[in-house]
Design a protein around this ligand. Structure first.
Ligand code: UD1
Ligand code: MG
Length: 465
């Protein structure tokens, strides 16, 4: 079998993205939990690209930090156009590479299959340049593809430079190309900026090569959305809808039940095991990993958390938490960062947990705050129990032993230790250690006055009489 043809990618991401009307660089606009530009870069990598070269400029440091060290970065200090941006990347192409894919950093719907298909056409046809085009119902804003009477691509005209007749053309430039490195390296320095925007257009390389007789071919996108560019926030939202549907379909085909795709929001990096059921209005964000055979939702938000197998999470907020298998949460639980629920734990309604480990099979079923705490296996936290972890200046820990029973409405004033198997009587305010197997009661005792109520009723009826 022949070796796959080695190639790298250049991704143009130096633009400000003026049309986003944002303080953030366009490359970092969030889309399904990832920076906009990361989507195309991931597709390039899974197509087998050598580490791609990202051209950065506007907010360069921020963009580099967000995308990480897995890429090469070329700096375009002034944004003089897509051709000028591409030129900055040329010195970073390894000498052994003959072929390069160029992609716009604002087209997040591209797939690894699309990249491979462009590359295949390019190599099979022996082209110097392959331009990826799409046929759009509404081509407004895109560069239009010009062809001669034989159908050969002769160039690309930008919307702002196009004549009214050219604006009728529905074949558009998508800003995805495959080039022979030698042809691109030779053409880029010769671009001119004599056009409506005074920019060096990468699109003009196509006309230049075609005029010089170099073979230029067109790869037509099978789906017009595949290479859609995102220039404003409405296009960002539309790309999000398409990407979301694509992702949910993938999960469904892999064995995840998605009850209502219209109200299910799953970020691109999320992983979900088979037989898990996602009920409506569920949001799974960031680097969340969910095991198999879970029921999630309805009405659930999980962010950057790990969930084991066979869990039931209902109508709750779960942020940066770790949940083992066979755990039940909700409705209306608020699990904040640092929550760890061990196997078989149960957390019920109006329970807030922060920076706390809840042991195997332990329960806190109603109306509690458990913060900066460790709760042992099988312990029972009664309704209304509060760990008073904050003294106004510092946070303190509460440690509750395994098998301990904390009665309802207990106030546990940290730092505090409650031993294994100990009992805390309901309604206690506890600020001294409770030894293992002891009972602690800290409340005023009840007084019963026999007949008091009857006597009172008698007195008041006499007055009225
Ligand atoms: C570009 C194409 C247009 C095509 C459209 C498809 C050109 C001249 N036009 O237009 O034909 O239909 O994409 O989406 O190429 N960038 C830089 N440095 C710059 C300018 C841009 O890195 O100096 C980057 C941007 O960050 C962006 C990409 O290049 O990721 C495309 O730039 P953008 O301004 O969005 O070009 P379009 O107007 O969309
Ligand atoms: Mg664009």
């Amino acid at each position: 079998m022949s070796q796959p043809h080695p190639f790298t990618g250049i991704v143009l991401a130096a633009g400000k993205g003026t049309r986003m009307k944002s303080e953030k660089p366009k490359a970092l606009m969030p889309l399904l939990g990832l920076p906009l530009t990361m989507h195309g870069l991931s597709a390039l990598k899974s197509a087998g690209s050598e580490p791609p070269i990202v051209v950065v400029g506007h907010g360069a440091e921020e963009v580099k930090r967000a995308l990480g060290e897995q890429f090469h970065y070329a700096l375009q200090t002034e944004q003089l156009g897509t051709g000028h941006a591409c030129l900055q990347a040329i010195p970073f192409i390894a000498p052994h590479l003959k072929t390069v894919i160029v992609a716009a950093g604002d087209s997040p719907l591209v797939t690894d299959e699309a990249f491979l298909s462009m590359l295949q056409l390019h190599l099979e046809s022996g082209a110097a340049a392959t331009v990826a085009i799409a046929v759009l119902e509404n081509p407004t804003g895109y560069g239009r593809i010009l062809r001669d009477s034989t159908g050969q691509v002769t160039g690309i005209v930008e919307e702002k430079d196009a004549t009214p007749e050219q604006k009728q053309i529905r074949e558009v430039c998508t800003s995805f190309y495959v080039f022979e490195v030698a042809a691109l390296r030779d053409a880029l320095p010769r671009l001119s900026n004599q056009n409506a925007q005074g920019e060096y257009y990468l699109t003009d390389v196509i006309a230049m090569l075609a005029q010089e007789g170099a073979p230029v071919v067109a790869w037509v996108a099978p789906d017009p959305n595949l290479l859609m560019g995102v220039n404003n926030r409405w296009e960002l939202a539309q790309a999000g809808m398409i990407l979301r549907e694509r992702l949910l379909k993938q999960f469904a085909l892999q064995g995840v039940t998605v009850v209502d795709p219209l109200t299910t929001y799953v970020d691109a990096a999320v992983q979900i095991g088979v037989d898990t059921v996602i009920e409506p209005n569920t949001h799974l964000r960031g680097n969340t990993v969910v095991g198999s055979d879970c029921v999630l939702g309805p009405d659930l938000l999980v962010q950057d958390s790990r969930i084991g197998d066979h869990c039931q999470l209902l109508r709750s907020h779960i942020i940066q938490a770790e949940i083992e298998s066979h755990v039940r949460v909700g409705p209306f639980a608020n699990l904040r960062p640092g929550t760890c629920l061990k196997q078989g734990a149960q957390i019920g309604d109006f329970v807030e947990i922060k920076n706390a480990v809840i042991g195997e099979g332990a329960k806190a079923m109603h109306l509690s705050y458990i913060g900066d705490a460790e709760v042992g296996a099988r312990a029972n936290i009664g309704a209304g129990t509060i760990t008073c972890n904050y003294d106004g200046a510092r946070k303190h820990r509460t440690v509750i032993g395994s098998g301990a029973f904390v009665g309802s409405n207990s106030t546990l004033i940290a730092p505090l230790t409650i031993g294994d198997g100990a009992y805390v009587a309901a309604g206690s305010a506890i600020n001294q250690p409770v030894p293992p197997d002891a009972l602690a009661i800290a409340r005023s005792f009840q007084t019963v006055k026999e007949g008091w109520a009857a006597k009172r009723r008698e007195q008041s009826s006499k007055k009225e009489g």
